[in-house]
Design a protein around this ligand. Structure first.
Ligand SMILES: [Zn+2]
Length: 102
């Protein structure tokens, strides 16, 4: 039996921008995982809960789309985009990760 996997095709990546008054400041930008790989981004997090994610399918065969999944099952259980959250039938509310990536 195939194990169902979480597949999230959009993520947030950490970028830097010029700050008003000088210097740079980090910010998170939403993009597709495929785009992030093309742009060689290295820092990722979930766009819905801010939790840590694992990058999957980076070296995938042509025709497959790279994606991310939550590192922590606890994030997936309460994330708007989480597989476990979507499956939950107890009417729970989504919330941000207890361990967000800063
Ligand atoms: Zn999430």
């Amino acid at each position: 039996m195939a194990v169902e996997r979480e597949k999230i095709y959009e993520c947030e990546v950490k970028r830097r921008r010029v700050k008003v008054g000088g210097g740079y400041e980090p910010f998170w930008k939403v993009k597709t995982v495929a785009e992030a790989l093309v742009d060689a981004d290295t820092e990722f997090r979930c766009k819905d809960c801010g939790g840590a994610v694992k990058l999957m399918g980076r070296n995938a065969k042509t025709g497959t789309t790279p994606y991310v999944e939550h590192k922590l099952p606890a994030d997936s259980e309460f994330c708007l985009g989480g597989m476990l959250f979507k499956k939950a039938t107890d009417g729970r509310e989504a919330k941000a990760s207890a361990h967000p990536v800063e």
